[in-house]
Design a protein around this ligand. Structure first.
Ligand SMILES: [Fe+2]
Length: 352
């Protein structure tokens, strides 16, 4: 076997053996390559370990007070010693002891009496392996951290792009400035109060931000019309849910992203559009957004009316509970309204 040279400071070893002759012999051999400390059992080893962290421990198996296997267990209880490789020292020849040595997690074992080259070469091999393992772990940690950072960067970039897109949608409509962000905020709060885990809550926020993306495909003249819409114009407006679903369906990394755009105008009683789904056949995310969307519509200024007073909004939610809205989400919205004593939860033009 090629001999391994250590270029840095000599590695530190600790020899724990109750026989003084054996300790001396081991020390004599090892100190040609290492800094060596010796102990006659676990108690004196623990004293030494208070100020000395070895890179390798030699541990005698047969000791009178506590055998090597038990001593190893005690040593592993210390954080600093958890990964320090241990070589057992034994005069035993039986294969049972050899098997146990590896089962308890020792790196190797050396038979007594010591043969200088064997003890040196084996210890060097174990130390090299241990150093290699540590540098590998460091590299894995470094790369994992870099990966997490770049993932976070991509997430932030996606969020910023979605927000930009949401403001582009809102900009088409003079009277719904900030609508997408507010609907997303209310949806997020409803989801949080439903007890959803935080990653799902954030996903619902993103989905809700894009619920009206289909309005991109609707002529501005219809969206911003101040007089009453004709039936034909209303049919065109209604197409925004299918257009939105079509736009978002190709984002494969987030298969749920189109749900909000597609079904936020479905009604719990089945009288909504585009598919006339009812009850729990409407995806839960769309039922959440439906309440948030209607709430924001009522609490925002329109070309033909001011924002509605809070009691009127509350009354509408109660009236539509179980008809337009899922009762669970309607109740959560009502509790949010009741906590909003200053009527802050509205478009800035709500004129309270
Ligand atoms: Fe909509």
């Amino acid at each position: 076997m090629d001999s391994v040279q250590f270029t840095d400071a000599p590695p530190k070893v600790l020899v724990i053996d109750d026989e003084s002759m054996m300790r001396l012999q081991a020390k004599k051999i090892l100190q040609s390559c290492y800094t060596v400390e010796v102990a006659d059992g676990l108690p004196s080893a623990l004293d030494i370990l208070e100020a000395y962290t070895p890179d390798l421990i030699f541990l005698d198996i047969y000791m009178p007070e506590m055998d090597g296997f038990e001593a190893l267990q005690k040593l592993r209880e210390f954080d600093a010693l958890k990964d320090v490789p241990v070589i057992f020292l034994t005069a035993a020849e039986d294969s049972e002891t050899e098997t146990k040595v590896f089962k308890v997690g020792a790196a190797d074992f050396i038979k007594k009496p010591y043969v200088k080259d064997v003890i040196l070469e084996r210890s060097k091999r174990i130390l090299s392996l241990s150093r290699f393992q540590k540098s590998l772990e460091k590299e894995v940690d470094r790369r994992t951290a870099a990966l997490i950072a770049s993932e976070r960067k991509i997430m932030n970039l996606s969020l910023q792009m979605v927000k930009t897109l949401a403001s582009a949608i809102d900009a088409k409509d003079t009277y719904t400035n900030g609508h997408s962000v507010r609907v997303a905020q209310y949806s997020r709060e409803i989801a949080r109060r439903m007890g959803k885990p935080s990653d799902e809550v954030e996903e619902i926020y993103l989905i809700a931000l894009l619920h009206d993306v289909g309005k991109i495909g609707i002529p501005d003249a219809i969206i911003n019309k101040t007089s009453k819409l004709t039936d034909e114009e209303y049919d065109i407006i209604k197409k925004h849910s299918s257009i939105g679903a079509e736009i978002l369906k190709n984002i494969q990394e987030m298969p749920k992203i189109a749900i909000g755009a597609h079904w936020h105008h479905e009604r719990y009683d089945g009288r909504g559009y585009p598919d006339g789904l009812s009850g729990e056949n409407i995806p839960e995310i769309a039922r959440i957004i439906a309440v948030a969307d209607a709430y924001d519509a009522m609490t925002s200024r329109r070309s033909y009316r001011a924002a509605l007073p809070q009691p009127v909004v509350r009354g509408e939610i109660v009236k539509c509970r179980g008809l337009q809205f899922d009762p669970l989400m309607a109740d959560i919205m009502l509790s949010m309204i009741d906590e909003d004593v200053n009527y802050d939860m509205c478009d800035k033009g709500c004129g309270k």
